[in-house]
Design a protein around this ligand. Sequence first.
Ligand code: CO8
Length: 259
Amino acid sequence: MAYQNLISELKENILYVTINREKALNALNKDTLAELADVIAYADKTDEVRGVILTGAGEKAFVAGADIKEFSDYNGKQGEDLAKIGQNQVFNAIENSPKPFIAAINGFALGGGLELAMACHMRIVADHAKLGLPEVTLGLIPGYGGTQRLTQLVGKGKAIEMITTASMITAPAAEKIGLVNYVVPQPDLISKAEEILNLIKQRAPLAVSAAIKAVIAAVNNNNGYATEIEAFGKCFETADFKEGVSAFVEKRKPNFSGK
Ligand code: CO8
């Protein structure tokens, strides 16, 4: 797929998506958001994609936020519309994707950049990266789900502290409060994400998607227990359930078909 602001490459069932606006520290302008929406839809519907690694070009920034220059003269209605479209088509779309998304945070993850990372199902961060939600320095608040997802990940107290002080935190501090899954040296960033997805690739695809859906239902007050029961029941209808159980009984590795 050819994009202006993204590099997207499918290798061994992993879709690598790189936000490629290095000179603007990979800030999210409207065109980049539209391309992200497109690549997410592609990942969702393409069986060959078993997981997505989302990163930023270069070593300085994952994403330094929404493109400040683009929304500098917006009024309230335009701001609300932008937030609504972005949340639905990109941020919520990632969270609700049946495919696991890992954010490989290669540098600054600020504002909309940290919101993008938080929309992903897991986060790996390079040890030099800094993370924060500096919107109040611009007279704004996070508009791409940051107030909700940061609170879910780190709890109310730390979320309010980070958002109201606009302080950036280090990678180890982010790991300590549960904001990221792992801190690694920059050269190991992608391989750590691949290590996780390579394990997931060995598991039953429909069960993986069902598990993500049930966990996300828990954090979004979306009737989590009922979602789990329904998703659990549906797993019994899959060919992969029969294959997984047969493989266990026959003492062999399962060969899942994703059906
Ligand atoms: N938007 C647009 N351009 C940016 C952004 C951004 N968010 N961040 C950096 N850039 C540009 C700079 O303008 C600069 O461009 P140029 O060379 O043309 O002047 C280039 O990237 C390099 O940046 P700096 O020279 O500033 O690099 P430094 O090393 O001095 O500083 C920082 C790096 C600390 C990351 C600094 O660039 C910075 O503070 N950036 C802004 C961070 C920020 O405030 N992010 C939050 C933005 S608001 C947001 O994300 C709201 C989300 C919700 C929106 C909902 C819809 C309305």
